[in-house]
Every structure is written in structure tokens, then in C-alpha cells.
Design a binder for this molecule. Structure first.
Ligand SMILES: [Zn+2]
Length: 212
């Protein structure tokens, strides 16, 4: 399957591709994204254009999107119920942009509508990279921090320090540790799914739905 991967950096996208292949159980082929001048959550505004471009001008069969949640609310399963969509939840916002854009696409002979999967790394993808290494790192811990402002809990900066050895890693260092982390995680994705049920869980379910 040919997929495009949109993450918060090219290094993360390479790691996300490893996770995708792990969930699907086979190796996908990467299709390049259109050139992007910026990365991060603001790219949500470019998502309709990205989907159009992939649909009309490439042979990509699927698009994978994974954002960091930063300080935004964590996705909850209650958002999945009718009219329960989380207005500030990045996962819900992304789904609604994708669904609207997909509904506007014209059929192209020989092409099906692009498949999509959306994940939310809480609060940043470095938390996924620390999964299984630091027992405190989980969505539940982060939700407590958001709700009660508990002090002493890790921050996005401390997660980066723990993963890369500093909070402003060079691209080669990011590539190395992102790749190592993803390769370790795919050996058994159960823990990632258990500890990150609302951001990684729906992502894995989206991916598995491609198999049916
Ligand atoms: Zn949500």
C-alpha cells in the first residue's frame, strides 16, 4: 500500500511509518507529501489542500496524520458519540476536516477514496517513544496534570531531554532515537495501546479498518 505520512517533523514521520507498518503487519511504501514550509498543528489549515493533491495528483492510497496534543484536551471516547465531538480536541478537529474534504473529492477512475488514519500523541510523540521505558508516562498521567495541575509530572521539554539527551536535538539525533524507539515499540504494540488508549488507540483502529 502507498501511504503519505504527516507528522510534526520529517524525523517523526519516519518513525510513524514504522508504527503504521507494525500495526498493519506489512511494509507500506511512502509517497511524498507536497512540500511544506512549516510543520506542527497549524498545518491543519493545509490539510484540505494536501488531501486534494494526494487524491488527484499522486497514487497514494492512504494518508496518516499524527499531531502532538501539546496543551489541548486529550481525545475521549465520548467525543465519538453523536454530537459529542470535542471542539478543541485536535483528533476530532482533524477528523472533521478530513471527512469534509473527502466528501468533496470527485471520483477518479481507477482510484478509491483515500484511506485515512489520525493519531494524537499526548502530549508529544516523545511520550510514545518513552512508553515502556518510563512507567510514569501515559495519557492518564497527562490528563491528571491537565486537570489538577499536578506538579512534578514530566513536561514536553523533559520528555525530549529523556529521549534525545537534550531538548533541541539535531536532525540526525532525532532520526536515530525516533527510529530506535519506533522499532522497539512495534515488537509489542500492546503497551502503547494500553497506556495511550485515546490518542494511539483510535489511530491503531483506523489502521486496522484498512485491513477489512
Ligand atoms: Zn476528540
Amino acid at each position: 500500500m502507498k501511504i503519505a505520512v504527516l507528522g510534526e517533523s520529517p524525523e517523526d514521520e519516519a518513525a510513524i511509518k514504522i508504527l503504521v507498518d507494525g500495526v498493519l503487519g506489512y511494509e507500506t511504501q511512502l509517497v511524498d507529501l507536497p512540500p511544506l514550509r512549516t510543520r506542527g498543528w497549524t498545518v491543519i489549515n493545509l490539510l484540505p489542500a494536501i488531501i486534494k493533491k494526494l487524491h488527484y495528483q499522486t497514487d497514494a492510497e492512504a494518508l496518516v496524520v499524527v499531531w502532538d496534543s501539546d496543551d489541548s484536551p486529550v481525545h475521549q471516547s465520548s467525543h465519538d458519540e453523536a454530537s459529542g465531538e470535542g471542539a478543541r480536541c485536535r483528533l476530532c478537529q482533524t477528523r472533521s476536516v478530513i471527512n469534509l474534504e473527502k466528501s468533496r473529492l470527485r471520483a477518479v477512475p481507477g482510484r478509491s477514496v483515500i484511506k485515512t488514519a489520525v493519531g494524537l500523541a499526548v502530549p508529544a510523540i516523545e511520550a510514545w517513544y518513552r512508553c515502556g521505558l518510563d512507567p510514569h508516562v501515559s495519557e492518564a498521567t497527562w490528563i491528571r496534570k491537565l486537570q489538577y495541575g499536578e506538579a512534578g509530572i514530566y513536561t514536553r521539554k523533559s520528555l525530549k531531554n529523556d529521549v534525545y539527551g537534550n531538548d533541541r536535538p539535531s536532525s540526525p539525533i532525532k532520526t536515530l532515537y525516533a527510529n530506535q524507539s519506533a522499532s522497539r515499540l512495534v515488537r509489542d504494540l500492546t503497551l502503547l495501546e494500553q497506556l495511550f488508549p485515546n490518542g494511539f488507540g483510535p489511530f491503531a483502529r483506523d489502521l486496522r479498518s484498512w485491513l477489512s
